[in-house]
Design a protein. Structure first.
Length: 287
């Protein structure tokens, strides 16, 4: 009985050793040859220039090498990152600006885009939640065309730009920080046309930033809000011209004249006539 139990134990041990050997061989086959690639030795912020102390080489399976990885640290010297890189994350060519690019925010601005800064406060800046990497709409509050600045009835609020990327707040461009921060200036990513619209908007009225969902791409089609719409007032008719309107001519109806009225009355008068002799002439005069 004891010999039988000892035999079963030996068989179990042998099976376990065989399983371990097979697992080790499978893992070795899966890993294959190993190489070395460059990874971040510390947190690297967006727009930073890489130095020797920011990167290091680590072993990496050849079969799972990411595209664009670097195996030579010398090729990374002075390159600028276009997005934040966490510690231990591989440095890829797709996340670097072209060679020769200087560090700073200009390296982050894509080709064909512009960076423009607007002044904000705790209210305009959405209480500090307009952070780098978020999207905002820009609304302007101004006067309608033709209205005087003192005429508050012509005030209108209108969204003029939508889904604008926030590049930086003050002098910070870190997109990993999610803690709200109240600043006095926000830098936005715009096309040249959008930059012109924003410059005009801030010169004709006051700006407000409207925080929007990160994944929403649908544009809003609004006509703007006016004071009359806000208070439910009816539109006031246009003022009359200063020149007095011409006085209407009223034609009076004249009754037609009858034949009796048209005919003048004939007055019968009795005349007295006398004959007057003057020298050799004889004249008859009546009165």
């Amino acid at each position: 009985m004891k010999s039988r139990g000892l035999l079963m134990l030996l068989i179990a041990v042998a099976a376990g050793l065989a399983a371990m050997l097979m697992a080790a061989r499978w893992m070795q086959e899966q890993g294959g040859d190993r190489g070395r690639i460059a990874v971040a030795a510390a947190e690297v912020e967006l727009g930073s220039r890489l130095t020797a102390d920011m990167v290091r080489l680590v072993e990496w399976p050849q079969s799972s090498m990411p595209p664009g990885a670097f195996t030579d640290l010398a090729k990374l010297e002075g390159r600028v990152v276009t997005s934040s890189v966490h510690r231990g994350e591989p440095i890829l060519d797709s996340r670097l600006a072209p060679e020769g690019t200087k560090g700073g925010l200009s390296a982050v601005v894509p080709e064909g885009k512009r960076a423009m800064t607007v002044r904000v406060n705790d209210v305009v800046g959405v209480a500090g939640f307009a952070l780098p990497g978020t999207f905002v709409d820009i609304m302007v509050n101004t006067q309608e065309e033709g209205g005087q600045r003192s005429d508050r009835d012509r005030t209108v609020s209108k969204i003029v730009l939508e889904r604008i990327l926030v590049l930086a707040i003050a002098q910070e461009a870190d997109r990993d920080n999610t803690k709200p921060k109240v600043v006095s200036a926000v830098t936005l990513e715009l096309t040249p046309g959008q930059a012109e619209v924003l410059d005009l908007a801030r010169s004709v009225g006051t700006l407000s930033l409207v925080l929007r969902n990160q994944t929403e791409s649908k544009m809003a089609d609004t006509s703007g809000a006016t004071k009359a719409q806000l208070l439910g007032l009816k539109p006031v008719a246009a003022a009359a011209s200063a020149a007095p309107a011409p006085r209407p001519v009223v034609a009076r109806r004249v009754a037609p004249r009858t034949e009796a009225a048209a005919a003048e009355p004939v007055i019968q008068r009795q005349l007295t006539c006398v004959e007057v002799i003057r020298g050799m002439n004889r004249v008859t005069e009546c009165f």
